[in-house]
Ligand binder design. Structure first.
Ligand code: FEO
Length: 396
């Protein structure tokens, strides 16, 4: 996106695409890149930027911002979030516009000092406080932990645009259009859910509280800090967030395995066979060593059942399965069915560790819990198939 885009009345998108960062937060792969959406609202008496972008994109961001300002000065920077993918250029904006005032909240104040050495010209807003730009009145609401403690959203009471910060964001750079009505939903929904599962999911209960808090606002459009801008079907995107944060999975199952020589993989395939026999059509089979965890988390969030199978490695879980269990325990998905199975050669360990995970997860566990010595026999595979059937029937 090479220029500023008029996104709504007096409201400009001045964001950037990032195709160079391989891993978001140095953790999550970005095969389709990522967009940092930043905005400018031009009131008749004042101009306010809403967030900046990541540091390396200084020139592109300043060029777009300057173009959109059309010769006017920048009066305010609304800091919805201090994470450096949005706050990366705060110091540079202050250098360019020395009179710039920073709009945040009580928790933004120490972060502005800590990250940028800024202690002056800060206005700390409380929930419901407003800023009049002349023809555009911005109203602020804190949404702590979505995704940092200081996170807030900004609502333009004139246009009905909610600048929603990380909430409603998604991975993936803009490819041509920036709006939902310019894109095939199939292109953004999966990446939005992967973003949710990786970045937001841990705070799902807070998402529910935030949806209630913002529910009274007459929101007509949602402009997040990453990914697609929603102006055509705001209800759809709110209902997706409602569904994901309430852990309402679709009828389907994810089968994840860790296997060194294919024996545990054969067990996982037998679980899939059982699922299919029970009539489950959406089945995702993943090798935990070869599929990035972000895709596995995404699909565990998408569907209502999952199975974890691991070989034993040094008396414990296979490392790639250990990583999956750890990430699941960090996020604690609810309302799902889980089945487990393990294999071993000279000493057991994997099944016990998976059962330990299942107990900690507080999810409904579906049996049988299958344990296989060495290579699975026909009887072992039948048991794995039975696990799949039981999971599938429990989904019905
Ligand atoms: Fe996109 Fe939490 O920063």
């Amino acid at each position: 996106m090479y220029k500023a885009i008029l996104a709504d009345k007096d409201t400009w998108w001045v964001g950037v695409n990032d195709y160079e960062t391989d891993l978001f937060e140095s953790l999550w792969p970005l095969p389709q890149g990522v967009a940092y959406n930043a905005y400018l609202v031009l009131g008749s008496t004042a101009a306010a930027a809403i967030d900046t972008v990541k540091g390396p994109y200084l020139d592109e961001y300043i060029n777009k911002l300057t173009e959109a300002l059309g010769g006017r000065t920048l009066n305010y920077l609304v800091v919805n979030h201090m994470e450096p993918d949005h706050a990366g250029l705060i110091s540079q904006l202050r250098a360019k516009w020395p009179g710039l005032k920073f709009i945040g909240n009580a928790k933004t104040v120490p972060m502005l000092k800590g990250y940028h050495g800024i202690e002056e010209n800060i206005i700390a807003m409380k929930d419901g406080d407003t800023l009049d730009l002349g023809g555009h009145v911005l109203r602020f609401a804190t949404v702590p932990m979505l995704h940092w403690p200081e996170s807030m959203v900004t609502f333009d009471t004139t246009t009905g645009v909610l600048f929603s910060n990380d909430s409603f964001g998604g991975f993936g750079a803009h490819e041509g259009g920036i709006f939902d009505d310019q894109k095939n939903p199939a292109r953004w929904e999966d990446e939005m859910l992967r973003y949710y599962a990786c970045i937001v999911a841990k705070y799902s209960n807070i998402v529910q509280a935030a949806l209630k808090k913002l529910g009274g606002l007459p929101i007509t459009k949602i402009f997040p800090s990453h990914g697609t801008l929603f102006r055509e079907d705001v209800k759809k995107v709110i209902s997706l967030y409602d569904k994901w944060s309430k852990f309402e999975g679709e009828k389907g199952a994810v089968v994840v395995y860790g296997s060194m020589y294919g024996n545990t993989r054969r067990m996982a395939e037998a679980v899939c066979t059982g699922l299919a026999e029970a009539g489950v059509k959406d089945i995702r089979l993943y090798d935990a060593s070869r599929t990035d965890p972000s895709y596995i988390l995404r699909d565990i969030w998408k569907f209502r059942a999952f199975a974890l199978l691991s070989c034993t490695y040094n008396t414990q879980l296979y490392p790639s399965m250990e990583a999956i269990c750890s990430k699941l325990l960090n996020r604690m998905p609810k309302n799902k069915l889980v089945g487990v199975a393990g294999s071993y050669s000279w000493s057991k360990g994997a099944l016990t560790a998976l059962q330990d995970y299942a107990a900690k997860s507080k999810l409904e566990v579906v049996g049988p819990a299958v344990e296989v010595y060495a290579s699975p026999t026909d009887e072992d595979l039948k048991q794995c198939c039975e696990l799949g059937v039981n999971l599938g029937e429990a989904l019905a």
